[in-house]
Write a protein of this length. Structure first.
Length: 415
């Protein structure tokens, strides 16, 4: 019965492997061709993930720990199965507590074996020996549980016993295992046998826990190392980001400082320019004031000079108005000496007035020169007024006026 189940499992595994390796048959090749292109490009969730060296090492450690745990639970189950078989094959009727212990121990250990096997399958594909052990565990555990339940219900007579499944080396125990089992069975009472079993289970649990603890410690050590590396990477990234932010802030601060300095310089330059403008305006006002004062001074001097010739002329007029002396009383030989004096003083006064007029003309604002008259009748009135103003302001002689007329009139027309 056991061999048939093992052969069936092997055949199914062989069929699956052959289907995976050789692909579909010739009959299905035609239907599979349209789907080959889609199958060649796996989906994102179905792509094979390649582990790094660290991840592969951690996965190998995990597989090793699960394999050790599976071997330990399987040995524990095998020992319990041997004890249960010897107890069930005894001629004496077993008590209800013993049968309940058998049901609980065998069922629990069988479930543990299957659970560890499922955990191992999630990580990697188990080998042929592991699958054979699981099939054997399921088959033998089912038989023992069925037999113990029947004995507990009292349905199987003592003379009618079912045949135990052929388990190969499972029932052919070594000498040491047989002696240990026999020594347990030869105890003085059921209590001593149960205590021995419990001690063995405790020792096995301790060994399994020790193995699992070693694996867990290794995993924890690797996890701590991984966390340290991640923390170091995060710290470096944070330091780089902080340095980048610091440089950016320094650059922004430098730009702000330069901008403020430029603004200050611009403001100072504007203030300086404004001061210069005000100073220029003040100088212009001072210049105009000085020119006005000079003109007033010249005007005052001109008025004084004009008043002085008037006085002279008044004296001369008075002298002329005096009644003449009788001809008899005036000597005939006396010449008229004062007349040349009066003529010379009047000439000096006229020259002085002319000099003052020239000084006033020079201190005045220059008169804009007229444009050259080209014969346009529309511009004649303006040109005539400006030319006359220029001639009057310059106070030139009549002979020089013809020179200015030729200067400001073209050959086409003269006035």
């Amino acid at each position: 019965m056991l061999e048939s189940s093992e052969s069936t499992t092997q055949v199914e595994d062989g069929v699956r492997e052959s289907e995976n390796l050789h692909g579909p048959s010739e009959d299905e090749a035609g239907d599979a061709k349209p789907q080959q292109e889609e199958a060649q490009q796996p989906r994102r969730g179905e792509r094979i993930r390649t582990l790094t060296e660290k991840g592969q090492a951690m996965q190998d450690e995990k597989i090793k720990g699960l394999q050790q745990k599976f071997d330990y639970i399987y040995r524990k189950w095998r020992t319990q199965v041997k004890l249960s078989k010897q107890s069930l094959t005894k001629s004496s009727q077993l008590s209800e507590s013993v049968l309940n212990d058998i049901l609980g121990d065998v069922g629990g250990l069988s479930a543990d074996v299957q659970r560890i096997y499922d955990d191992l399958r999630r990580v990697s594909t188990p080998d042929q020996d592991v699958r054979r052990k699981v099939d054997l565990c399921v088959e033998v555990s089912s038989f023992i549980l069925s037999r113990a339940s029947s004995c507990l219900d009292g349905k199987i007579p003592e003379e009618e016993e079912q045949e135990w499944p052929e388990a190969g080396s499972l029932w052919n125990s070594s000498r040491s295992e047989f002696d240990s089992v026999t020594s347990i069975l030869k105890g003085p009472s059921e209590w001593s046998r149960a205590s021995s079993v419990k001690r063995q289970e405790a020792a096995a649990d301790a060994a399994a826990s020790q193995a699992v603890l070693q694996v867990l410690q290794e995993q924890e050590r690797e996890q701590l190392e991984l966390q340290c590396l991640e923390a170091e990477a995060k710290r470096k990234i944070a330091a780089q980001e902080a340095a980048f932010i610091k440089r950016r802030l320094e650059r922004e601060e430098e730009e702000a400082r330069m901008k403020a300095q430029l603004e200050e310089e611009h403001t100072a330059l504007q203030i300086t320019l404004e001061q210069k403008r005000r100073k220029i305006k003040q100088l212009e006002a001072v210049k105009e004031l000085s020119a006005a004062r000079a003109r007033m001074q010249v005007y005052d001097q001109g008025l004084d000079i004009k008043e002085e010739p008037k006085d002279i002329l008044c004296h001369e007029t008075v002298a002329d108005i005096k009644p003449p002396c009788p001809t008899s009383c005036l000597p005939s030989s006396v010449p008229s000496a004062p007349q040349p004096v009066i003529n010379s003083s009047s000439q000096s006064t006229a020259e002085l007035i002319k000099v003052l007029a020239d000084a006033l003309n020079n201190n005045r604002i220059p008169v804009p020169e007229p444009s050259i008259f080209s014969g346009d009748p529309l511009k004649y009135s303006d040109w005539k007024l400006s030319f006359k103003t220029l001639i009057d302001q310059k106070n030139i002689q009549d002979k020089e006026k013809i020179y200015y007329l030729r200067k400001y009139v073209t050959r086409t027309r003269t006035s």
